[in-house]
Design a binder for this molecule. Structure first.
Ligand code: NAG
Ligand code: NAG
Ligand code: NAG
Length: 283
């Protein structure tokens, strides 16, 4: 008996010690905010992996031998979010069911404003009676969201005023225009802090567009097609007749100016006045 006891004690001590060490190690490895596993650690670079198992996902901006351009921003925690300094944040995508946590499968959950990243606005965004009447993203015209579009550069020293709109000489009959602005040069969609100085349509620019062009789909390269100080009045002008679709937060780098076939497919979020959308240009 005595011998047995002395033989067992060190083993018991060692296994308790070992358990304590691995407990400490697992605490050190998880961040305090970690209620469930984040789905997206290390995704930003697209290449970083702790375990080099030879599996490297390919992330592309251009497909089909240079013909198909992805003009959608990838959702990442450091992308800008309206009026926020903190960006989208690390809670936008979580993994409540995780294989690392004993689940038989991985299943993520997302939570963010429908006006995050590359997204569309429906008339209900700035008109309460349209919202109540059901003019949500599910009612946006797929024919308008898909078709011939012009990508143009606008002057970098001004917002898109009536004068600028006029100077662009956009031909009559053209229904879809993507405006590339200083926002792209400044890489604003790649900066976590929301920047109110972004370029966009002014109210009189929006009015000029409505009154003098056939444009029914407007795309720009920051979170609002309209400049910050006039964002609401300009949205009112654009969405009043419910015949214009706004596509915001486009990624317009490394694409040549000119005509393309644009394809945007927002989600069918019943009752939502905005939706994330995938947009591509086919040249
Ligand atoms: C995984 O672990 C976290 C943290 O303990 C917990 O909040 C979460 O509910 C767990 N998920 C599953 C599927 O067990
Ligand atoms: C499931 O998620 C974990 C992260 O908890 C990840 O390491 C693992 O590769 C995922 N497995 C599959 C099959 O996607
Ligand atoms: C556009 O308007 C914003 C205010 O909404 C302003 O901060 C910015 O300087 C203007 N941009 C240009 C290029 O004039």
């Amino acid at each position: 008996m005595k011998n047995n006891n002395t033989n067992h004690r060190p083993n018991l001590f060692l296994s308790l010690y070992g358990a304590l060490l691995s407990l400490l190690a697992s605490i050190a490895a998880s961040s305090p905010a970690d209620l469930a596993y984040p789905s997206v650690s290390g995704v930003d670079s697209g290449h970083c992996s702790l375990h080099d198992d030879g599996l490297h996902p390919v992330r592309k901006e251009v497909y089909g031998n240079g013909r198909i351009f992805d003009i959608t921003h990838r959702y990442i925690m450091d992308m800008p979010s309206w009026d926020s300094e903190d960006g989208l944040g690390d809670e936008y995508l979580r993994l409540p069911s995780s294989m690392k946590n004993g689940s038989l499968y991985n299943a993520s959950e997302m939570k963010f404003s429908v006006h995050s990243g590359t997204h569309v606005d429906a008339p209900g965004h700035v008109f309460d009676h349209y919202f109540d009447a059901g003019f949500d993203v599910d009612t946006l015209d797929l024919e308008l969201l898909n078709g011939a579009a012009l990508l143009v550069d606008v002057p970098r020293d001004k917002n898109i005023t009536a004068e600028v709109m006029k100077s662009l000489n956009i031909p009559k009959g053209l229904r879809r225009v993507l405006f590339r602005t200083l926002n792209t040069d400044r890489r604003l969609m790649w900066k976590k802090e929301f920047d109110t100085s972004f370029a966009g349509l002014t109210k009189d620019g929006a009015k000029w567009l409505v009154e003098n062009t056939d444009i029914k789909l407007i795309g720009t390269d920051y979170l609002s097609v309209a400049a910050y100080v006039e964002a609401i009045p300009a949205h009112h002008v654009l969405l009043k007749d419910r015949d214009i679709i706004l596509v915001e937060g486009l990624k317009l780098v490394d694409v040549q100016l000119g005509m393309y076939s644009l394809h945007c497919l927002p989600l069918r979020l019943l009752g939502a006045e905005g939706s994330p959308t995938r947009c591509i240009l086919i040249g």
